[in-house]
Design a binder for this molecule. Structure first.
Ligand code: ADP
Ligand code: MG
Length: 232
């Protein structure tokens, strides 16, 4: 089954987002306050480890939020998707080894370039590949396939062999703080959808429980300089 994610429905409610952020940050803060009280009153120093974990969580949440809020590096340029994806695969090399995951990129023929903010598209593929790795606890293969869809669009599929997503949960993905992971932030897919949307593209999730998930992205091709729009 497939589900088109409607960003407009999810990203307009700034107030709802602010409330959920406050909620997410308040939980570890409350727990930290409690441990500081216990330490002040002479109880065990072992609470420090838990406090460090809670601080790490606040750090992770705020850094992901800052990434969403930052207007930095908004400059759109014509770039080829291949090198962007290859860079991300290199970047995640050590994590792939740890997860016993092999990441393979393939490209069907020559692709037109896209009009994009390279650093943002890198963030998209970092988020998607990390999710794919995390869905494959015993390792496996992640395939990334790029092709031209038609004259005006390219497609990129990120295919994993992970646990998959139950049908009724697919529509929740990309909502702020929706996560099924103990240490997840639930912000990765929201950022990913927002970036793809700001590039004029679409993102679709197809999944089969126990078999794997495919994230299907389309991006408009950039033919503003048709002379060198094709990969060599
Ligand atoms: P996080 O990774 O911090 O949980 P994300 O926004 O990246 O947050 O993902 C939200 C949720 O979507 C995940 O917790 C997981 O349940 C689900 N998900 C995303 N990608 C995949 C995937 N490739 N396979 C299975 N589940 C996924
Ligand atoms: Mg994630």
């Amino acid at each position: 089954h497939k589900m088109m994610l409607l960003q407009a429905e999810k990203l307009t409610a700034v107030g709802q987002l602010a409330a959920s952020i406050a909620h997410e940050i308040r939980n570890p803060l409350t727990s930290l306050k409690g441990f500081i009280y216990l330490i002040e009153h002479g109880r065990s120093k072992s609470y420090i480890e838990i406090m460090k974990d809670e601080l790490k969580r606040i750090e992770l949440i705020t850094s992901e939020l800052l990434y969403l809020a930052k207007p930095q590096a908004q400059e759109f340029k014509r770039e080829h998707i291949g090198p962007i994806i290859q860079d991300v695969i290199l970047l995640l090399g050590s994590q792939a080894l740890i997860h016993k995951v092999e990441i393979n990129y393939s490209q069907l023929g020559d692709l037109p370039s896209v009009h994009c903010v390279g650093s943002q598209l890198k963030q998209v593929f970092i988020n998607l590949i990390k999710n794919a790795m995390e869905a494959m606890p015993v390792g496996g293969e992640i395939k990334i396939k790029a092709a031209s869809l038609d004259e005006d669009n390219i497609t990129i599929d990120v295919i994993d062999q992970g646990q998959g997503i139950p049908e009724e949960l697919i529509s929740k993905i990309g909502s702020p703080f929706y996560t099924t992971k103990e240490t997840g932030t639930g912000l990765g897919m929201m950022a990913t959808q927002q970036i793809i949307h700001s590039h004029g593209g679409t993102l679709e999730i197809t999944s089969r429980e126990g078999q794997g998930t495919t994230i299907h992205i389309t991006l408009p091709a950039d033919f503003s300089h048709p002379d060198d729009a094709l990969t060599p």
